[in-house]
Design a protein around this ligand. Sequence first.
Ligand code: FAD
Length: 147
Amino acid sequence: MTVLVRLIYASKVAAHFGPMDMHDILDKSRRNNIEAGISGLLILADGYFFQALEGDRSAVHATYARILKDSRHSSSVMLSSLEIEKRLFSGWSMGYVLSSEKNKPLFMSYSSNKYFAPLSLRAQAAESLLAEIGAHARHLGGTETAT
Ligand code: FAD
């Protein structure tokens, strides 16, 4: 039986991280995630990654275990892992949102100081930030998607 889940985590971007790394991550994510039936969203903001992975529980956890070993980030914290009825990012093998002047107020509305600090977000806040950013990205049509 398939158990559908959404896992959200945040991590610190490695100091040596560059634009080609992002290109490589998105490329591999989209290829692997299509095969594994995973959808989701990856956000890069203020030196942090914030990512949602949705799909069958075993596929999502296997992917997260692989991501944890990646030296392009560190200090990963799993913020939430919930059974879900429906995907938020259906059709997005891995959407991508980069922080910008336009969406900064949204990130900052989830922050208690002047920097976005996702490692300490509560599960509910992580879920609603994700839903808001996802809706915003769809609205602006500014997210790279590939299915
Ligand atoms: P291969 O190229 O065969 O990778 C083999 C191994 O080398 C893996 O352990 C990989 O981690 C490591 N590796 C490859 N390139 C580099 C590099 N430039 N620097 C350091 N280590 C490297 N993958 C997904 O499948 N789905 C996702 O949603 C996803 N999201 C990610 C989000 C973040 C923030 C990060 C940092 C990585 C993400 N990845 C994701 C990539 C993941 O960590 C693996 O690199 C990838 O899944 C390996 O795919 P592969 O075995 O086909 O590639």
